[in-house]
Design a protein around this ligand. Structure first.
Ligand code: SDX
Length: 442
């Protein structure tokens, strides 16, 4: 169990001094160490003491909370879930065990693991009325739009049986969300292609169930490939949590007002959809199709480096990783395994992606800015090889990230320090002025 870090315990030890040169006044703020990683300057009293705010668009230097769940060392390319390295979990664990770890903080013993799997398995069905929500969408609606709507609608089914201050109620909601996301996502795909919904089966694993709901039909038995199921399970592990990323911060912000967890997860889905975030896996595939052939790579590398061109090399770069994203390494290995298994080793898109990666990693621009492939660079190629349509890539990311979102939400609600999120601003608009009647305006 990790040591509880109490700011007051450390506050008496170390401080930082801020000197306001405009007034000559100096102010002291506690410097708080975590269990590992950078210390934080506790500036909660800054405004009260100095009448100044901090200014940090995108929160590049701001810690929003204390957390015990996920640790990232961006320079070393390290990712730990509750202290366990992601490559070890990807190698030896499975997605549901990882969900248990993220939620509860420790790896389960055999009895706990069996019970958790059984509990999740018995929450995979959705209320039959949910079925009707899909019919309101056009068949060509983006699956992420459907996910936002349907997951948000879960609030209408469970909101009245949820006291977010009751840990038991919170855990039931957490189990429901982890269990139902694959069903909701697979049904978004089935609805898009006009096939009947396939219900979850209790004799399949989490990953097998998802692939079965995606690709089975009522007309004949569908056998899930064990290799693809293992690859899918590993991908779900890799995407499960990632510290205070944009969508997780969105879930925490929504939850800080006391909103129910179903609405908070719907907010997280909306944020994940952006191409700068979880939408990048879909954007990588679209970019590779746009590049088309190896001889056009230099043209796109040039565009990516051009400040006047909004084009960015999708699947490259990261706010925190200034080294290779450890997930991308596992993803690259999985990509080769899946394509080998499917006998499409010479898949042109994979060849193109590998050549693009080789050229980019040798280019001074990418080297100087420490832009490496991130988790999204290879995932799209694997999903496409599995027969998953590009439009479903981010929905898959959401299925996995629900474990992290709901774990972070639970941690926040249970944190005695947590308050409603309410940032301030640097106001640069008009000072107060008198109303001008219509007839007097120019
Ligand atoms: C995910 O936060 C998380 O943890 C997210 C995630 C998770 O698991 O939750 O890891 C998942 O979202 C991975 C990232 C997927 N997104 C992409 O692949 C989209 C392409 N990448 C970029 O949009 C960008 O790298 C970001 C958004 C990922 C990070 O942006 P930052 O941290 O705000 O960095 P930045 O935009 O300030 O870039 C620093 C410099 C800039 O140049 P300068 O202004 O300093 O001259 O690097 C350049 C950028 O122009 N740059 C790129 C680039 N990424 C950054 N140039 C070309 N191609 C890129 N991909």
């Amino acid at each position: 169990m990790t040591q509880d870090v109490k700011p007051t315990d450390a506050a008496q030890k170390e401080t930082v001094t801020l000197i306001d040169n405009s007034t000559g006044k100096s102010y002291e703020f506690p410097l708080i160490p975590g269990s590992i990683g950078p210390k934080v300057i506790d500036i909660r009293s800054l405004y009260a003491q100095t009448n100044h705010f901090t200014y940090d668009p995108g929160y590049t230097s701001t810690g929003s909370c204390q957390s015990k769940i996920t640790y990232i060392d961006g320079d070393a390319g390290v990712l730990l879930y509750r202290g366990y390295p992601i490559d070890q979990l990807a190698e030896y664990s499975d997605h549901l065990e990882t969900c248990y770890l993220l939620l509860k903080g420790e790896l389960p013993n055999a009895q706990q693991k069996g019970k958790f799997e059984d509990d999740i398995r018995h929450h995979t069905m959705v209320h039959e009325q949910i079925n009707y929500f899909y019919r309101g969408f056009r068949r060509d609606a983006h699956p992420m739009a459907v996910m936002c709507g349907v997951v948000g609608a879960l609030s209408a089914f469970y909101h009245d049986t949820l006291d977010i201050n009751d840990p038991q109620h919170r855990m039931i909601a957490s189990y429901r969300l982890i269990a139902k996301m694959p069903t909701i996502a697979a049904w978004a795909y089935k609805y898009a292609i006009g096939q009947p919904f396939i219900y979850p089966r209790n004799d399949l694993t989490f990953a097998e169930n998802f692939l079965h709901m995606m690709f089975a039909t009522p007309c004949e038995p569908y056998k899930v490939s064990p290799v693809l199921a293992k690859a899918m399970d590993r991908i779900l592990i890799l995407h499960a949590d990632h510290e205070q990323n944009a969508s997780t911060s969105t879930v925490r912000m929504a939850g800080s007002s006391g909103a129910n967890p179903y609405a908070c997860i719907a907010a997280g889905i909306a944020s994940l959809w952006g191409p700068a975030h979880g939408g990048a896996n879909e954007a990588v595939l679209n970019m590779l199709h746009q590049i088309g052939s190896k001889d056009r790579i230099p043209e796109f590398i040039k565009k990516a480096k051009d400040k006047n061109d909004s084009f960015r090399l999708m699947g490259f770069g990261h706010r925190v990783y200034k080294n290779y994203d450890p997930r991308a390494k596992v993803m690259q290995r999985t990509c080769h395994e899946v394509l080998d298994e499917l006998g499409v080793r010479d898949e042109p898109l994979l060849q193109l992606a590998m050549e693009l990666e080789r050229i980019a990693l040798e280019d001074p621009y990418f080297v100087e800015k420490k832009l490496y492939p991130n988790v999204d660079f290879y995932s799209g190629i694997i999903f496409r090889a599995m027969g998953i349509p590009v439009s479903m890539f981010t929905a898959l990311f959401a299925v996995s990230r629900t474990a992290g979102w709901i774990s972070q939400w639970n941690e926040m609600i249970g944190d005695p320090d947590q308050k409603i999120g309410r940032p301030r601003q640097l106001f640069t608009g008009s000072p107060q002025r008198k109303y001008v009647p219509l007839h007097a305006r120019g």
